[in-house]
Design a protein around this ligand. Structure first.
Ligand SMILES: Nc1nc2c(c(=O)[nH]1)N[C@H]1C(S)=C(S)[C@@H](COP(=O)(O)OP(=O)(O)OC[C@H]3O[C@@H](n4cnc5c(=O)[nH]c(N)nc54)[C@H](O)[C@@H]3O)O[C@H]1N2
Ligand SMILES: Nc1nc2c(c(=O)[nH]1)N[C@H]1C(S)=C(S)[C@@H](COP(=O)(O)OP(=O)(O)OC[C@H]3O[C@@H](n4cnc5c(=O)[nH]c(N)nc54)[C@H](O)[C@@H]3O)O[C@H]1N2
Ligand code: SF4
Ligand SMILES: [Mo]
Length: 700
């Protein structure tokens, strides 16, 4: 292993640790032992030296004066944020003593880990922590907050997270960015499309908001939220009706094309226009453009699947390339996610065998508020790492009420005193990714990368794995599994005969080369992992689960609720990554202010002008944002961007106070974008008080 942390000066290879498909290669510059610059690694074959602005300013976060340096014990009320420093020995002893008592009195399921991908390193997210809670047989977290619905929807059609190799998409003549704000969230797909545009390619964006990607596209198509399945069916209707389908491909590689042909007949342009708000002529033009252009490539985003009908939206769009035979054309096809190609040896890393045949209850992370408030037997202890649920999870008032429970023993491991950490009994300081050793593989491109320590741990901070090794020792878990060091765990993860793509990926190759291309074979012919081995336009598996076997549009649950006249889309922003960076002054100043984008006609009828402070509310809570008025959204829709830090002035921009914690149609996914709100100018007195979260009971 290379440990660069002792080297005071130089330029060192790194990889971006953030939950972003691009997973850029980085070069980290050090002077006098301190990171002075982060830039893109020009040698990385896909990301080629270009990185986003937020990571170019990563040093401002790493050395932010607010970073935690020691373990802390809470001294004030939960949520207030008053703590005193304690030693690691005290912290580990206190945590393990509490857990031993809880396990003896209430059983191991009274303890719940809550984690996500604040750092995408596989060893730190799926390594020691997973082993530790498996060994304990703690309650298990269903990690559904990000892409669960879409992943399941795509899998029904395509058999798993397998799509086009993004490097090939440079050959495409048509790009459809569908429910993805790629300029902000997948910038290298934009770079590739830009290259193709120079060779004549056309770029279409389909979104509810003319965001940066909509502005960059050649043709922006706005539609009503949650109506993408209808639009996809409208395209299919025209493709079938006008003979633009690839019949040979349909016969050879799909099941259910005749059923789909008959089914799509009902989705004529007039019907689809009435549902989606897209003019009939545009539906026909889009279908013809798609049917006649080859190679055509669809980048399916996460936005369309954070809905009540999100799984189906992705499933329906994923059927389109099959209709035109695009999977056989280099650069054609689609990407929802490509994580399936580079799946590592999860069993070796996570060690589910440590549960010893026991199976604890599973808790859906999207319902963490309800779970903390209502699960029986209760969750008595929560261990949070790599995540900030008080801000990122739906129904944040409910989440915070749960976190405020006096009888809940909460530990938070993070780099900062996040909104969640303020509710903790014990806070532990985490190293940044640049201080760790870890394994990274992208869910978009096909490269596997390694991070080796570039700087020493900040203050007394420790990596996730190091903390779990200490906790294991404190709990008296003597298993060999807790003795593996990080390098050994990387070896275990990449030693995977079950996925031949890993053949060239060894620990030694990663250390030597920094990035290694997985040996990914083309999907066609013969590699589809659906039950039939073909693209399932008709899915018996869905039928068995009570889902419509053919792509079928269903309206959003709250549609038509006139008490809350606006569909509310609280999307990500350009300069944060979920809530990461929201608490770093540099990044918050780059993003300026939390905005609410609304249509000029709506603003006028509410007496709102550009720059006004507006209050949004519904039965779940309220939030304050700054109006941005124009034509970037259709009437009846409001869009915010970013998961902002609490300002502490009682006028919080925490948009998840308003989002529902219902689950999507598939995979138990989150439905962040399916809620509704009322909006008013903040200076107008509230017509009614916000209903306190406690009054809104709902079952888990
Ligand atoms: N800068 C930045 N980059 C990020 C992130 C970030 O927070 N900031 N987050 C990272 C993570 S974890 C993820 S999962 C990805 C997410 O990135 P994307 O895949 O881009 O998904 P979202 O940004 O969630 O949503 C994309 C767009 O969907 C639109 N949308 C909402 N509802 C609908 C609908 O019903 N139909 C259509 N067609 N569009 C709709 C929204 O306007 C939004 O702009 O980005 C990653 N990269
Ligand atoms: N309204 C709305 N809500 C959303 C979304 C949305 O689009 N709209 N997007 C959703 C999506 S797609 C996702 S993926 C989730 C993401 O939600 P989270 O996974 O919670 O992501 P972050 O907000 O980035 O928080 C990650 C936390 O991990 C910490 N961290 C970073 N590295 C490490 C480490 O090595 N160790 C430890 N212990 N901690 C570390 C960071 O400091 C940060 O506080 O948010 C979801 N919430
Ligand atoms: S956040 Fe995404 S685009 Fe920015 S450096 Fe990281 S991987 Fe690259
Ligand atoms: Mo995500």
């Amino acid at each position: 292993m290379n440990d660069y942390s002792a080297r005071r000066d130089g330029v060192f290879h790194s990889v971006c640790s953030l939950d972003c498909p691009d997973q850029c290669g980085l070069l980290v510059h050090k002077r006098d032992g301190v990171i002075v610059k982060v830039e893109g690694d020009p040698e990385h074959p896909v990301t080629r030296g270009a990185i986003c602005n937020k990571v170019r300013h990563m040093a401002a976060r790493i050395y932010d004066g607010k970073r935690l340096t020691t373990p802390l014990r809470r001294i004030g009320p939960k949520g207030e944020g008053r703590f005193v420093p304690i030693s690691w020995d005290e912290a580990i002893a206190e945590i393990t003593d509490r857990w031993k008592t809880l396990i003896a009195e209430r059983g191991s399921e009274s303890i719940l880990p809550y984690s996500f991908y604040g750092n995408m390193g596989r060893i730190g997210t799926e390594g020691m922590g997973t082993r530790f809670f498996n060994r304990m047989n703690a309650s298990e977290l269903d990690q559904t907050i990000c892409e669960a619905a879409g992943t399941v929807g795509y899998r029904y059609t395509m058999g798993g997270s397998y799509g086009t190799d993004p490097e090939q998409t440079v050959h495409a003549k048509l790009f459809i960015f569908w429910g993805i704000n790629a300029v902000s969230t997948n910038m290298h797909q934009v770079t590739i499309a830009e290259q193709a545009r120079k060779a004549g390619a056309k770029i279409v964006a389909i979104d509810v908001h003319r965001n940066r990607t909509g502005k960059w596209a050649d043709w922006f198509i706005p539609l009503r939220p949650g109506t993408d399945t209808a639009l996809a069916l409208g395209i299919m209707h025209v493709l079938f009706a006008e003979g633009m389908t690839d019949e040979a491909f349909l016969r050879e590689y799909t099941v259910g094309h005749e059923e789909l042909r008959a089914h799509a007949a009902a989705y004529d342009p007039a019907t689809v226009s009435a549902v989606t708000g897209v003019p009939e002529a545009d539906i026909v033009e889009l279908a013809r453009l798609y049917g006649r252009t080859s190679p055509s490539f669809i980048r399916i985003g996460n936005g369309i699947q954070h809905h009540d009908n999100g799984g189906m939206n992705v499933r329906a769009i994923a059927c389109l390339p099959a209709l035109t035979g695009q999977w056989l054309v280099p650069g054609g096809g689609a990407i929802k996610g490509n994580g399936g190609y580079v799946g590592h040896n999860a069993k070796a890393l996570e060690r589910p065998d440590l549960r010893g045949g026991r199976q604890a209850r599973r808790v859906n992370m999207n319902r963490i508020g309800s779970a903390l408030l209502a699960l029986d037997p209760p969750i008595s202890s929560l261990y949070v790492y790599n995540s900030n649920p008080a801000v990122v999870a739906p129904e944040s008032n409910k989440v915070r009420e749960g976190l405020a429970r006096e009888d809940l023993f909460t530990v938070v491991h993070d780099l900062f005193l996040t909104e969640t950490a303020k509710y903790a009994d014990i806070v532990l300081p985490a190293t940044s990714a640049f201080e760790n050793t870890d394994l990274y593989h992208s869910y978009w491109h096909h490269y596997v990368q390694i991070q080796q320590p570039v700087v020493a741990p900040y203050g007394e901070s420790k990596s996730n794995n190091e903390v779990f090794r200490m906790l294991a020792a404190g709990m008296g878990y003597g298993d060999e599994a807790f003795k593996d060091d990080d390098a050994e765990m990387i070896r275990q993860a990449v030693d995977f005969p079950g996925n031949p793509a890993y053949a060239p990926v060894t620990y030694e190759a990663l250390v030597e080369k920094q990035f290694v291309r997985a040996d990914v074979k083309p999907l066609f012919p013969g590699r589809l992992r659906t039950p039939s081995g073909k693209i399932e336009l008709y899915s018996q598996a869905m039928e068995r689960r009570g889902l419509p076997p053919l792509p079928t549009y269903a309206p959003l649950v709250e549609e038509g609720n006139e008490a809350f006249p606006f569909a509310f889309i609280p999307a990500p922003n350009h300069n944060f990554l979920n809530s990461t960076f929201s608490n770093n002054d540099k990044h918050a100043s780059m993003e300026k202010t939390p905005k609410l984008h609304m249509n000029a006609a709506d603003a006028e009828s509410l007496g709102i002008v550009e720059g006004d402070e507006v209050r949004l509310w519904n039965e779940r809570g309220e939030a304050w944002l700054t109006a941005s008025v124009g034509e970037d959204v259709l009437p009846g829709i409001v869009v915010s961007q970013g998961l902002w830090a609490d300002k502490g002035d009682g006028r919080s921009a925490t948009v998840n106070a308003l989002t529902p914690d219902r689950l999507s149609d598939m995979g138990g996914g989150a439905v962040f974008f399916s809620g509704r709100v009322a909006v008013q100018k903040a200076s107008v007195p509230a017509p009614k008080p916000a209903v306190p979260a406690a009054a809104i009971g709902s079952a888990i």
